[in-house]
Design a protein around this ligand. Structure first.
Ligand code: ADP
Ligand code: NA
Length: 328
């Protein structure tokens, strides 16, 4: 039986937040230990679907790379590379776009949502970026793809495209399966009815993994709870306090039950500082490492280039075969 090949990507939006770490990056670190063939890509081409200043994008690519290396992604255990350095991603996207129906793309909820958030009619890139995602995955004949819930529909598109290609040109692509994150969504500290997000305009709602201890304390102090002072876990009735409990459990590795038990006798104001302290402890070494890595730009650039060389060794033969299959 063939071994799994894992592919996942992250958009270079700068230093990740606590939700990105607990929902995605932590899982990436675990998977690189368990699987012998793992590719992680900094998706700079996807980033162009949302308007960006070139200098900002360039800096974000380095900051995201520094952050995920600091979190424990190890280029000796996976291929970490920059998407645009492997042009076969774009070339395959063109071929796959030619077997993808426009109405199928128009139905994807992200098309509507992202267009609305940009206040625009939408670009071709924004409409077809899920086809590029399919190419990202299929270019390596990947079998498993770690995704968040919000990307499940896009993975289904990649599965459909793989099957469609196989039917048209003969069995070629494995149909990639999801590895769904089991972490509960981390909520905004200011409004626990929405997820923690980098695009949240509310101040103090989002913990960045490079925040200083003072910033972390301030954000938890201002976290929205309720009028009950005891610490209990009841996400429906007490979303704010329950979010604190989830964060505490996730960063300490303890169960929800253990964390709630430890908090017996504390009121929520004190408990907020316990959670803040656990987050500070967890991210202090990561924050230091991010700072160190950010000082060595040329090292970061080299990591991404070396990774791209290795990714190409896998991608080029697959793409050559695809060219032959479609008649190029
Ligand atoms: P954002 O909402 O900040 O734009 P993205 O949509 O770029 O984050 O998500 C990147 C990855 O981080 C995805 O795998 C997503 O599931 C995960 N993620 C994002 N926000 C959270 C959160 N609040 N809790 C858990 N995981 C999250
Ligand atoms: Na590995």
């Amino acid at each position: 039986m063939a071994v799994d090949r894992i592919f996942s990507g992250i958009q270079p939006t700068g230093t990740p937040h606590l939700g990105n770490y607990l929902g995605a990056i932590q899982n990436w670190v675990n998977l690189q230990e368990k699987c012998s063939s793992v590719l992680y890509s900094i998706m700079d081409m996807h980033s162009l679907t949302m308007p960006k200043e070139p200098a900002v994008l360039r800096q974000n690519i380095l900051d995201t790379t520094a952050a995920i290396l600091a979190c424990g992604i190890d280029p000796k255990k996976c291929f970490l590379f920059r998407q645009s350095l492997v042009p076969e991603h774009a070339e395959l996207a063109w071929i796959l776009g030619c077997i993808t129906n426009v109405p199928r793309l128009l139905r994807l909820p992200q098309w509507k949502m992202k267009r609305a958030s940009q206040n625009s009619e939408g670009t071709v890139g924004l409409l077809t970026y899920p086809v590029l995602q399919a190419a990202d995955i299929l270019l390596y004949k990947s079998t498993r793809v770690p995704v968040g819930e919000d990307q499940v529909l896009h993975l289904e598109l990649a599965q459909d495209i793989a099957q469609h290609f196989n039917k048209k040109y003969g069995e070629f692509f494995p149909v990639p399966k999801a590895i769904l994150s089991t972490t509960k969504k981390i909520k905004s500290l200011r409004d626990p009815s929405v997820k923690m997000s980098k695009s949240d305009p509310q101040k103090l709602a989002t913990i960045n993994i490079a925040d200083s201890p003072d910033e972390i304390v301030l954000k938890f102090r201002k976290a929205v709870t309720d009028f009950t002072s005891e610490v209990t876990y009841d996400p429906a009735a007490r979303p704010g306090v329950s979010n604190l409990v989830s964060i505490h459990a996730a960063v300490t590795g303890l169960s929800i039950k253990e964390v709630v038990h430890q908090a017996t006798g504390l009121d929520t104001a004190h408990y907020k500082m316990v959670v803040a302290e656990s987050v500070i402890q967890k991210f202090a070494p990561i924050r230091n490492e991010i700072k160190k890595l950010q000082e060595d730009k040329s090292h970061l650039i080299k990591v991404l280039e070396d990774g791209a060389e290795k990714a190409k060794e896998l991608a080029v033969p697959v793409y050559q075969e695809i060219r032959r299959l479609v008649g190029f």
